[in-house]
Design a protein around this ligand. Structure first.
Ligand code: ATP
Length: 236
């Protein structure tokens, strides 16, 4: 299986602080891959540097074999990868439909088919097409943030803590959608503190600690690993 994303020797620094220290990992086409780890481990910085929101200080990021490290977010997104940011960040004063259109602003072709696809995936959004995004529930906003990201027709969709601040039943809905989007052919790189749900959904996982990858394996291997259980799954 080919790797749609290959990260090699990636480093991210803020001033003198090194947040990501020489990490390497791959995301095979068609898989769900998760990065898990505690607060401050460097997970968000990794995603933000892949999509160009922060410039990596060193390292290479290959998307479908092409170097994207150091390029602008617009050029990176237009090459087929997008980020659903932590905290959702929908445009509160725009309607659901307008938010979806913003997600496709780099595209010049017709959006009708993609809007239909998003509304099939998220019937709740279809019902609320004209509602202002700021008045949606937290779960609905998360769905909208995911749908908006899909509107750029990415090969790879990265999600930063999609379960954050949501009730358990809503979290299950978010993970059902992640599985469904993957089943429909999208490759997913998922950052989560909810390690249990993430490892269950993922084909492969990487554990990050203080800027480094310390463990990797299949979702099943990691969820059965004693140190992962003790540190991230609340099981001794
Ligand atoms: P969390 O789950 O809490 O978001 P994380 O694993 O995603 O954690 P990062 O947000 O990537 O971790 O943070 C890694 C380190 O980089 C932390 O020490 C953080 O304080 C620092 N950091 C992140 N963003 C910035 C920034 N814009 N300026 C300075 N330091 C930053």
């Amino acid at each position: 299986m080919s790797n749609v994303l290959e990260v090699k020797g990636l480093c991210v620094s803020y001033g003198g602080i090194q947040a990501v220290k020489d990490i390497s990992f791959v995301v095979p086409k068609g898989e769900v891959v998760t990065l898990i780890g505690a607060n401050g481990a460097g997970k968000s910085s990794t995603l933000r540097s892949i999509v160009g929101l922060v410039k990596p200080t060193l390292g290479s990021v290959l998307l479908n074999g092409k170097e994207i490290a150091g390029k602008t977010p617009e050029s990176i997104v237009s090459q087929g990868i997008t980020l659903v940011p932590e905290g959702r960040r929908v445009f509160a004063d725009l309607t659901v439909l307008e938010n979806l259109k913003v997600g496709a602003y780099l595209r010049k072709d017709s959006l009708d088919e993609d809007i239909r696809w998003c509304y099939d995936l998220f019937p709740r959004l279809k019902e609320r097409s004209w509602q202002l995004a700021g008045t949606l529930s937290g779960g609905e906003q998360q769905m909208l943030a995911i749908a908006r990201a899909l509107m750029s027709r990415p090969d790879v969709i990265m999600m930063d803590e999609p379960s954050l601040g949501l009730a358990p039943i809503v979290v299950r809905g978010v993970f059902d959608i992640i599985r469904e989007i993957n089943r429909q052919g999208k490759t997913i790189l998922l950052v989560e503190q909810n390690a249990n749900m993430a490892l269950n959904a993922a084909h492969h996982g990487y554990v990050m600690e203080t800027g480094r990858i310390t463990l990797s394996g299949t979702g099943k291997e990691l969820s059965e690993n004693d140190s992962v259980k003790a540190a991230y799954l609340g099981k001794a």
